[in-house]
Design a protein around this ligand. Structure first.
Ligand SMILES: [Fe+2]
Length: 275
């Protein structure tokens, strides 16, 4: 783990632009949040306020919302540069795919102005037609990084859809907190199933910058270490997020194949089945 600490962690999902979404409310809260991420080992991060994809189809609303984002972002950049000069801070958004064909051509919506865009489905449900939505985006040169797939209701019965997203060229980002149980048994179970299949490219904090929230870095690292996933941890939290920021494809992450004891213990604890 020493090597990892020296390498530094990279995060592609957080809500630390002050006052623009349900994340950090003030610049002080943003700085405190950034400080906690630095303390946890992060050296590079893209912060990703919520942005409704439907707004991209209404130029006036889009302009107003993006103006808010621009203002918040410039406040954050200035404050962060003064307080954490060694932290590399990039911009992105978590774009909700609430319409079938959003226009994601504005590079401010992309992670570090590159090819990848962090996206999510609305209301934590997978709507019909997701593959078509992704195909359209990919046709326009966007590379979708799908936020927290493990959190969608009922998706454990629809893993073929997730496999299809990946085959189209999308990548998956699982939340660190999901492994630690922050979002409940279903999300935790599914996060491990996706990792076990080697389908996850990145792990993200989805940190909302509030003082009472945990980052779950230590818990997630300990769990992956316990199942012989140290190499996967490095890929998921450093190498691949870095590659995505640079517009590259993430490297394959080997399937987690721990000894049965771990899975049986989890299964016994949660009363769930692991394929
Ligand atoms: Fe988020």
């Amino acid at each position: 783990m020493k090597e990892q600490a020296e390498e530094g962690l990279t995060d592609l999902h957080s809500h630390l632009v002050p006052g623009v979404d349900d994340g950090a409310r003030t610049v002080d809260e943003s700085l405190e949040g950034l400080g906690r991420m630095v303390d946890a080992g992060y050296r590079v991060l893209a912060t990703t306020p919520h942005f409704d994809g439907s707004l991209t189809l209404d130029p006036e609303k889009f302009g107003r919302r993006m103006e808010e984002m621009d203002e918040g972002w410039s406040v954050l950049v200035e404050a962060a540069a003064a307080r954490y000069p060694d932290l590399s801070l990039f911009r992105g958004h978590e774009v909700m795919l609430d319409v079938p064909a959003p226009d994601l051509s504005d590079s401010r919506l992309h992670l570090a102005d590159g090819a990848w865009v962090l996206v999510e489905w609305p209301r934590l449900q997978v709507p019909p037609g997701t593959s078509r939505v992704l195909e359209r985006l990919i046709d326009t040169g966007v590379r979708p990084l799908i936020a927290h797939p493990e959190r969608y209701r009922g998706i454990d019965r629809e893993l073929a859809i997730v496999e299809r997203w990946i085959s189209l060229g999308a990548a998956l980002q699982v939340n660190l907190g999901s492994l630690a149980g922050r979002y409940g048994e279903g999300a935790r179970t599914l996060a491990f199933r996706l990792l076990r299949r080697g389908w996850v490219s990145c792990m993200g904090s989805d940190f909302h910058g509030r003082p009472h929230l945990d980052l779950y870095v230590d818990e997630a690292r300990a769990l992956l270490t316990e199942v012989d996933g140290v190499d996967q941890w490095r890929l998921l939290t450093s190498t691949n997020p870095g590659r995505v920021l640079g517009g590259e494809s993430p490297l394959p992450v080997a399937e987690l194949s721990p000894a049965g004891g771990f899975w049986n213990r989890i299964k016994g604890f949660f009363g769930t089945q692991y394929p």
